[in-house]
Design a protein around this ligand. Structure first.
Ligand code: GAP
Length: 546
């Protein structure tokens, strides 16, 4: 087992054991792609959402020109008029290309096939132990032996297993024909899956059983439901796959009901649903998750400046919450990846322990005026139905010169983050292991994210210690999440708080009665301090900086 897989397994075990994350409906065997957050997980997730709301909506940093700008929030319904999803392009286009295996019935996402084969295929793992691509030579007896033993069990539908002699002859002619260019892993996969090379060309194998996969066909990602009693096409509705569209369709409502002016942003946090074909990597790709999305509306002339502003703000935000910069990678999408309406998009990626490459945490996209124009056209018959007056300084000058005031459909910059992905990143970032500590596993959460900020322990549940501990606990819990625990040895209690990621524990002991001081234990280095018992709350405030 690789070190990163081992780390991930330890993290998953800790999350379950300590109540961060459980599989949904576990007592019935669970359900793929759905997760429940336990008592610690829910606090962590709430802290993440509160930080985002506070730092982006209530108190965003000053804009590129140093001036403040307006941000407001909305909370829209999950089910909307299905016309929203027609106009947005989701009904027609929100689909993944899927390939079906006729051998075992498994579906694979076309764009993830090689990644899945490399990381998640038992038969390929086993085959590569007897076939080394870099040597450029082929050990037929060994491969034949594999096909007749392990291959039969692991990949019964692989051509190499069903018809080893023919398949091996194709592979041998490829290897011998190009001795200076050993086949890549992808080529090996294709050769061992191919029986009739001339008729079919090279085939792509199923990661599970080795059977050649069928052609790619679109698979719709939106969950469907119905409103009302009759369940037919006319009553069909969708569970939203993103929160963004609720913001776009309320653009005018927000402008009319508040005093916001371009440039301004609308934020929303809420559930989103996608019928992902291969939910995997723990909560990373789930079927139900939460979005934290901003749609920032600005003058087209300034949109690139705002795009760069938001990209940088969002990267700094993750760093401010304890994500190390060397694990974050902003990846600017290439021309070929960009949506047709988009001028730029940066994926903010994070190096999760389960992957070799950084994976998307958030997308910051320049969406042009695509969404407002599409909804304008579909709902009011005019692409410029949501146009606003150009109030920019240049235009005011133009108006002064006598020309008519210009209008524009605002451009949109969209920083779109996943709450669950950041929760997972925060957990993996916090996970620490030090075998020299009495409690080797501990969670080094940033103080703002820590689910529990402090714990109060009487060393023993007698000798007047609980009587001193209780009021300290009552005082702290009014401001910070705090736990009181009087059971088990003090070492075990510290270990439990370390696993929860609690930054400070206050212990009342026999000395407290003599001189009024308590022990403060610091989670990160297990160091201990003594402070006056009256200073516990202030100490926390100072240390946490909250
Ligand atoms: N409105 C734009 C939009 O939805 P996206 O890249 O599809 O863009 C934005 O999603 C973010 O939502 C991603 O960067 C990721 O953090 C999160 N996300 C998307 N699909 C997810 C899934 N299946 N499970 C968990 N999080 C997901």
């Amino acid at each position: 087992m690789s070190k990163s897989t081992e780390t991930m397994e330890k993290i998953v075990a800790l999350c379950r054991r300590r109540g961060f994350i459980f599989g949904s409906s576990e007592i019935y065997g669970g359900i793929g792609g759905f997760w429940d957050y336990g008592p610690l997980g829910v606090e962590l997730k709430r802290n993440i959402k509160d930080c985002w709301w506070n730092d982006m909506i209530h108190n965003p940093p000053p804009g590129p020109n140093g001036r403040t700008f307006q941000m407001v929030g909305v909370d829209c319904s999950i089910i909307m008029n299905p016309k929203v999803w027609e106009a947005s392009g989701h009904v027609g286009g929100f689909a993944d290309p899927m390939r079906k295996c006729d051998g075992c019935g498994h579906f694979v996402r076309e764009d993830q096939l090689w990644e899945i084969l490399a990381s998640d295929s038992k038969w390929l793992d086993s085959l590569l132990q007897v076939f080394t691509p870099v040597t450029g030579s082929i050990d037929s007896p060994r491969l034949l032996n594999w096909a007749k033993s392990k291959g039969r069990k692991l990949a019964p539908n692989l051509a190499l297993v069903r018809n080893p002699e023919v398949t091996l002859s194709w592979l041998a002619s490829r290897v011998n024909g190009q001795p200076d260019a050993p086949p890549t892993v992808q080529e090996i996969c294709q050769y061992v899956a191919t029986e009739q090379l001339h008729q079919t060309g090279l085939q792509d194998p199923c990661p599970r059983c080795g059977n050649p996969l069928g052609p790619a066909a679109p698979f719709k990602l939106m969950f469907e439901s119905h409103t009302g009693i009759e369940q037919n096409e006319g009553s069909k509705v969708y569970l939203r796959p993103e929160t963004a569209q609720g913001i776009f369709v309320n653009f005018k409502n927000v402008m009319d009901s508040t005093r916001v002016k371009i440039p301004f942003g609308i934020g929303q946090i809420g559930k989103a649903f996608r019928n992902e074909i291969t939910p995997r990597n723990y909560t990373f790709r789930s079927r139900e998750f939460e979005h934290m999305e901003i749609e920032f509306f600005c003058n087209p002339k300034e949109s690139m400046v705002w795009y760069e502003f938001w990209r940088d703000v969002r990267i700094k935000w993750y760093e401010s919450l304890g994500i190390k910069s060397d694990k974050l990678r902003p990846r600017e999408q290439g021309e070929d990846e960009l949506a047709h309406y988009s001028d730029a998009c940066t994926d903010i990626e994070y190096m999760f322990p389960f992957a070799d490459e950084p994976q998307e945490l958030e997308g910051v996209a320049h969406r042009g005026n695509f969404d407002l124009s599409a909804h304008g056209k579909a709902s009011k018959g005019k692409e410029n139905a949501f146009a606003v007056m150009d109030d920019s300084e240049q235009n005011r000058d133009r108006k002064g010169a006598g020309s008519s005031p210009a209008r524009f459909v605002p451009h949109v910059i969209e920083p779109s983050a996943g709450v669950d992905r950041f929760t997972l990143a925060a957990i993996t970032e916090a996970y620490s292991f030090d075998e020299n500590r009495a409690s080797p596993e501990f969670m080094k959460f940033h103080p703002r994210l820590a689910p529990i900020k402090a714990a109060v322990f009487p060393l023993v549940a007698k000798d007047g210690m609980p009587e001193i501990a209780e009021p300290i606990y009552q005082e702290i819990r009014k401001q910070f999440t705090c736990r009181y625990d009087a059971k088990q040895s003090i070492g075990k209690r510290y270990a439990r708080m370390d696993e929860a990621g609690t930054p400070f524990c206050f212990t009342i002991d026999s000395q407290t009665k003599e001189d009024g001081t308590v022990t403060v234990r610091n989670r990160d280095d297990a160091s201990q301090d003594r402070i006056d018992k009256s200073r516990c709350l202030q100490y926390l405030r100072d240390k946490l900086g909250l």
